[in-house]
Design a protein around this ligand. Structure first.
Ligand code: HEM
Ligand SMILES: *[C@@H]1O[C@H](CO)[C@@H](O)[C@H](O)[C@H]1NC(C)=O
Ligand SMILES: *[C@@H]1O[C@H](CO)[C@@H](O)[C@H](O)[C@H]1NC(C)=O
Ligand SMILES: *[C@@H]1O[C@H](CO)[C@@H](O)[C@H](O)[C@H]1NC(C)=O
Ligand SMILES: *[C@@H]1O[C@H](CO)[C@@H](O)[C@H](O)[C@H]1NC(C)=O
Ligand SMILES: *[C@@H]1O[C@H](CO)[C@@H](O)[C@H](O)[C@H]1NC(C)=O
Ligand SMILES: CC(=O)N[C@H]1CO[C@H](CO)[C@@H](O)[C@@H]1O
Length: 325
């Protein structure tokens, strides 16, 4: 028993060492010599996309999260399925991911200037940052040098992405397996301050929660009534604002809602079930907490952006984000 525990500790340390080792391969200004205008091109293209479609910021931020949690931030989420491979894109939790065309558009603008130099994984990380910052949200430096993976497996999504019905124990374990702690969990969940959700991601909380026609007691009952007017029990298409009235602004309204037991998912409500995450929610549930939250969000995004990256001669620089070379 003691022996296998030691092995476990050893393996965990090796894992952490590997993550930090790889991440050291990323650096600010990675393309300074090889494609000096890369970041400016991404910013300009993102701005023109956001000017006509500001709601794309949310799905693109979510896309970066989904990329990083499955096989690391290696643009595996962008690969298309082939005749003998079902890609991550085509797994169930991808439901509602959109914005692939925008990433392709930015990539081709960069390719035009510097062919074969800038990875799709870096482009996704940069577009996510620029899109969020254009909402007057957080901004953060993006260390670069990620390489693109050539494997995308839809089954792996289910084992790596946390579903909306996870409780706090499961969420913490999932984040820990990616090198992220409880603070990162509560801070990054703040990403739910923008965007929309399909009814089907939370109707289990409204109808028949425990099989007796009940709703989730951890969800404010007035809010349950309101959500029921939007979502029937079988609705799979209607979109609901996750942070109603403020779903296009990157602010601390999310924490205000969660504190009022109006977080949309079980995973949002779960943040009240742990002393550390609850303390963060309650202390940031005001507009005054915003500056602090944006700083924390920036820090956790940099951390998330380093998960399992390929660097150096690993992987490749894809020519087109949907396909391996
Ligand atoms: C903590 C675990 C998380 C869970 C269980 C979770 C779950 C979900 C679910 C179920 C949706 C709605 C999908 C739909 O039905 O359309 C969603 C949307 C979203 N999530 Fe998360 N999420 C988590 C963490 C994150 C993180 C870390 C980020 C980014 C930092 C993020 C950003 C978003 C955004 C921006 C949307 C809105 C997307 C849109 O408008 O299309 N989420 N999330
Ligand atoms: C690749 O996948 C995207 C998104 O699923 C789709 O819009 C696009 O048409 C696909 N491209 C090809 C060439 O199949
Ligand atoms: C995809 O991942 C699953 C789960 O890890 C694994 O069982 C399966 O063999 C993988 N498929 C391919 C084609 O590699
Ligand atoms: C979370 O869910 C797991 C798996 O269903 C369960 O074993 C655990 O007791 C739950 N933890 C909490 C705090 O509800
Ligand atoms: C609620 O769940 C129970 C147990 O799964 C099931 O027997 C019942 O038919 C469900 N009721 C409705 C209205 O779906
Ligand atoms: C994927 O990339 C690895 C390492 O870069 C390479 O050895 C392997 O042959 C590639 N596989 C495919 C299917 O291209
Ligand atoms: C946008 C996208 O690729 N959606 C796919 C998500 O996965 C389902 C299968 O579960 C596909 O039908 C969608 O096309």
């Amino acid at each position: 028993m003691a022996f296998s525990k030691q092995i476990l500790v050893f393996l965990v340390l090796v894992g952490i060492f590997n993550i930090s080792c790889n991440a050291q391969g990323l650096k600010l200004g990675f393309y300074k010599k090889t494609c000096p205008s890369a970041e400016a091109i991404v910013k300009k293209e993102t701005a023109s996309i956001m000017a006509v479609a500001p709601t794309l910021a949310a799905p693109i931020l979510r896309m970066h999260f989904h990329d990083c949690f499955v096989r690391g931030c290696d643009a595996s989420i962008l690969l298309n399925s082939t005749t003998n491979n079902q890609a991550e894109k085509d797994s169930f939790p991808n439901l509602s991911l959109r914005g692939y065309g925008s990433i392709d558009r930015v990539k081709s603008a960069v390719e035009k200037k510097c062919p074969g130099v800038v990875s799709c994984a870096d482009i996704l990380a940069l577009v996510a940052r620029d899109a969020v910052s254009l909402l007057n949200g957080a901004s953060w430096p993006v260390p670069l040098g990620r390489r693109d993976g050539n494997v995308s497996n839809s089954t792996e999504v289910l084992f790596n992405l946390p579903p909306p019905f996870f409780n706090i124990t499961q969420l913490k374990a999932n984040f820990a397996s990616k090198g992220l702690n409880a603070k990162d969990l509560v801070v990054l969940s703040g990403g739910h301050t923008i965007g929309t959700s399909h009814c089907s991601s939370f109707t289990n909380r409204l109808y028949n929660f425990t099989g007796v026609g009940d709703s989730d007691p951890s969800l404010d009952s007035n809010y349950v009534a309101r959500l029921k007017t939007r979502c029937s029990a079988t609705d799979t298409t209607t979109l609901v604002e996750m942070d109603p009235g403020s779903f296009k602004t990157f602010d601390t309204e999310y924490y205000t809602l969660v504190a009022k037991r109006r977080g949309l998912f079980t995973s949002d409500a779960a943040l009240l079930a742990d002393s550390e995450t609850r303390a963060y929610v309650t202390s940031h549930a005001t507009p005054q907490g915003s500056k602090d939250f944006l700083k924390d969000f920036a820090k956790s995004m940099v951390k998330m952006g380093k998960i399992g990256v390929l660097t150096g001669s690993q992987g490749e620089i894809r020519k087109t984000c949907g396909f391996i070379n």
